[in-house]
Design a protein around this ligand. Structure first.
Ligand SMILES: *Cc1c(COP(=O)(O)O)cnc(C)c1O
Length: 369
């Protein structure tokens, strides 16, 4: 049985007609940029996050860049990011001219370790970007306390965790401005690139509306050196259709994770995902760890099971960051995670038989070690 890493068939087959109708409506409207569909999706996604405002933008990286720019973060500033995140998080910081300062994650949750943040704050530190990695909410109360104490901005990177909660408050609603991505493979995915910011602050919201659209509030009047970082009507119309399913799909992801947890408990040296107190997880990814990672991945691939590694090289060891002069060993936890993590298939529609097959192959692999 061949099992892909991600399969949209189940999610998309039930929505086919609605999606094609949504496309037809935009097609026939002759209105493609910043119109009714973007407005509608923005209200719906704001409601989903419990936020006052949402602005649709071009993708998750641009959402992070817009958040940083709207908060005035610039050259000479430092921004704290986890050492084990996807490269987009530090790249956004670099694009506004600021310096990403890495903090190690907790080995339990893989999210930024709040206990390590205070020590690296300097007078240049302006913001923290907690990343709700793999779909688990960061320990936001402790992070917010640090932000208040040192007067730092918080920008949540909520690309992987739409619908997750910490202490019953949704991600995407804690920070000053929060960024998310609707890259197709995310829990809420467009049929192309798309992203959004959410905020409860009307000034930040207005600034981002202008920044995403040539620095303009009124047509042909430009108040800032702005960008073209807009969400388009077609993607917004698709996102509105898919958003209605997001809670169901997240629930399914969580059930699949529970199945894996039961079946893989105690197998070999496998470390299963663990939750922080008060955190929920929407399982964008189901990540296990083993020191036999490379061999296991090869074995599963030979059995037809596709897995991926999130992420094989931490940002500080990427060539893009060679100018920061970090060598191997600088962030041992991030490096350990890069060497041992393996993401198993998880998507709404992955059935029990497939979960059993994957688990059985993993057990067979370890019984031969
Ligand atoms: C996907 C992702 C992004 C970037 O989103 P794009 O829409 O691909 O630009 C940023 N941060 C994290 C944690 C992500 O997973």
């Amino acid at each position: 049985m061949k099992i892909p890493f991600l399969d949209f068939t189940y999610m998309h087959s039930g929505l086919r007609e609605e999606m094609i109708d949504a496309f037809a409506e935009v097609y026939d409207s002759n209105w493609f940029i910043l119109g009714k569909k973007v407005d509608a999706f923005e209200s719906e996604f704001a409601r989903f996050c419990g936020s006052r405002f949402c602005a649709g933008v071009s993708n998750g990286l641009d959402a992070l860049k817009l958040a940083l720019m709207a908060l005035g973060i610039k050259e000479g500033d430092e921004v704290i990011v986890p050492s084990n995140t996807y490269i987009a998080t530090p790249l956004a910081v670099s694009f506004v001219g600021a310096k990403p300062v890495f903090v190690e994650p907790s080995l339990k949750t893989y999210n930024i370790d709040p206990d390590l943040i205070s020590d690296i704050i300097t007078e240049r530190t302006k913001a923290i970007i907690p990343v709700h990695l793999y779909g688990q909410a960061c320990e936001m109360e402790q992070i917010m306390d640090i932000a208040h104490k040192y007067k730092l901005f918080i920008i949540e990177d909520n690309a992987q965790a739409q619908g997750a909660m910490f202490n019953e408050c949704l991600t995407g609603n804690w920070g000053d401005i929060n960024a998310t991505s609707f890259y197709p493979g995310k829990n809420l995915g467009a049929l192309g690139d798309a992203g959004a910011i959410t905020t409860n602050n009307s000034e930040h919201y207005e600034k981002i509306l202008a920044l995403r659209n040539y620095g303009s509030k009124a047509k042909y009047v430009h108040d800032f050196i702005g960008y073209n970082m807009r969400l388009d009507e077609i993607q917004a119309s698709f996102l509105s259709v898919k958003l209605k399913k997001l809670n169901d799909w997240n629930k399914q992801r969580s059930e699949i994770a529970q199945r894996y947890n039961e079946m893989l408990d105690g197998v070999g040296d496998v470390v299963l995902p663990k939750l922080a107190n008060k955190a929920t997880h929407v399982y964008h990814l189901y990540v296990i760890r083993t020191k036999y990672r490379n061999k296991l991945q090869k074995y599963l691939s030979d059995q037809g099971v596709c897995t991926l590694i999130h992420y094989p090289i931490p940002p500080h060891l990427q060539n893009a960051y060679s100018h920061l002069n970090y060598s191997k060993g600088a962030f041992p936890i991030a490096e350990e995670l890069a060497d041992t993590s393996l993401s198993l298939p998880i998507w709404p529609g992955l059935n029990l038989k497939q979960i059993e097959t994957i688990s059985m192959h993993i057990k067979a692999f370890f019984s031969a070690q």
